[in-house]
Ligand binder design. Structure first.
Ligand SMILES: *Cc1c(COP(=O)(O)O)cnc(C)c1O
Length: 460
């Protein structure tokens, strides 16, 4: 097709143009992500070691560093068709408003009831749990998007869904909780008295508002203490990145259709799943030496895993029951300030993205929440979509880059991931609108406290 063909506001794919396989970027990485380690013995964990916690097929995906393309089962493809393909939108109105020669595109993942990209992995994980004949799954949720997505997927497949929701979100976002319950999930505020680890954390930190790390520990305990249950996780893990590659594969197909080559790909990074999914096909080209792109991860200054963290083995959870992962981390004991981008409050980062970042294949920047909400507001007023606070981190940096283009006259093509909508974040928007939002940036001393809790893993 001609590169000059006029670009519509929304590039939609046909159903038959949707990807039928996920792309596993690890296959093209020279330096593979480091293996998960047993937290007691520091030995690498294999398939059998992980079986008590995770679903069998998902463990295979987790450990597979060599297969580049993995078939998406037909049942998952059928579910995807309910809300995919998602549009790639040309942000003409934003470009005009910014008076920039840059061309801005965003891949919008907020077009489903859960309001975010998390459904892409939720349906896959629920499918494999069902296929294994399990009764149900347990999980944690921070801001609530993952729990909502998983409860939707479980309702569709007839699986029980038990969600441990970080206490401050449980209280701040009662409607999220009710969406989950409407889809049939059980929702428990974490830390809770229902698990041993929850009781221990409560005793050590009375009155804590919780964290993802605590909720993960509780959900893992709940899975391993009930027959026919496994634990599922909405980010960080290799398998989650794999499922999220539908985002990047669709984006690439849509861009290719119009002969568009991005210069810059930007995404927010909590545990790294949407960013990993968006960039994987592009990173694959970069790793194979076919193309070059600038790739930028955007994280909150209140939880700066990439920009101020250490690349080290760490616990994935506060209770130290999960395998150790080598990643950029602030330490599993680090509890970030109660920021409004709940989905970005995790202490660690995807091992795949961590390795890529460590190898200089991508960049990272940290931004403060008031400037993020200013960008969200600017975006909402011209593009119409009310963005999730998490997604707005990517918007902020996309705008900054477009403004830079205005100054230099460069006609760069920017693609960013718009991961979701912010309808359940109106408390945060209210704070912003009332001028009461503040920025909390951890001091070096705060970070040192987190680093002090890193496990001492013997060099192998
Ligand atoms: C969970 C979430 C994120 C962050 O998670 P990643 O795994 O880093 O993608 C970003 N945006 C939204 C809307 C989310 O719900």
């Amino acid at each position: 097709m001609s590169a000059n063909r006029e670009i519509p506001y929304k590039i939609y794919l046909e159903e038959n143009e949707m990807p039928k396989q996920w792309y596993n970027v690890r296959a093209d990485m020279k330096n593979k992500p480091a293996p998960l380690l047993n937290p007691a013995t520091f030995e690498p964990m294999g398939y059998e070691d992980l079986r008590p916690v995770f679903c069998d097929d998902l463990i295979r995906q987790e450990l597979d560093d060599v297969t580049p393309y993995i078939d998406i089962p037909q049942e998952i493809l059928d579910f995807y068709k309910m809300y995919r393909p998602s549009p790639l939108v040309r942000a003409y109105c934003l470009e005009k408003k910014l008076d920039t020669p840059a061309k801005i595109y965003y891949k919008f993942e907020g077009n489903n009831t859960s309001g975010s990209h998390k459904l892409n992995s939720a349906i896959a994980q629920a499918y494999y749990a069902k296929k294994q004949g399990l009764k149900g799954v347990t999980t944690e949720t921070g801001a609530g998007q993952w729990g909502t997505a998983l409860s939707m997927a479980c309702a569709y497949l007839g699986l029980d869904c038990q969600v441990y929701m970080v206490k401050c979100s449980y209280e701040q976002k009662p409607f999220r909780r009710e969406v989950m319950r409407t889809y049939g999930a059980t929702v428990t505020p974490s830390p809770s008295e229902t698990t041993e680890v929850g009781r221990r954390i409560l005793a050590e930190h009375p009155g804590t508002s919780g964290s993802l790390g605590c909720a993960i520990s509780e959900a893992v305990e709940a899975a391993t203490h009930q027959e026919g249950y496994r634990y599922v996780l909405g980010s960080v893990l290799n398998q989650v990145l794999l499922h999220q590659t539908v985002i990047g594969l669709e984006t690439k197909t849509a861009l290719d259709k119009y002969g568009i080559v991005p210069d810059l790909i930007i995404g927010c990074a909590g545990g790294g799943s949407n960013l990993g999914g968006l960039i994987s096909p592009f990173m694959g080209e970069k790793l194979r030496g076919e193309k070059n792109y600038r790739i930028i991860a955007v994280e909150p200054a209140s939880c700066p895993s990439f920009t101020r963290g250490k690349f080290a083995y760490d616990f994935c959870d506060t209770g130290m029951v999960c395998p150790l992962a080598k990643m950029y981390t602030l330490g599993s004991g680090f509890i970030p300030s109660a920021s409004h981008a709940g989905g970005l409050r995790y202490h660690g980062m995807s091992p795949v993205l961590s390795q890529l970042y460590h190898d200089g294949l991508m960049e990272a920047v940290a931004v403060e929440q008031t400037e993020v909400f200013a960008a969200a507001e600017q975006f909402a007023r011209v593009e119409g979509i009310l963005p999730a606070p998490e997604s707005s981190h990517a918007i902020k940096v996309a705008i900054d880059e477009a403004v830079r283009c205005r100054e230099t006259g460069e006609e760069k093509t920017i693609v960013f991931g718009l991961t979701g909508t912010g309808y359940f974040d109106m408390y945060a928007y209210e704070k912003y609108n009332d001028g009461q939002m503040t920025d909390t940036i951890p001091t070096d001393a705060d970070l040192e406290q987190g680093f002090a809790g890193l496990p001492h893993v013997p060099v192998r």
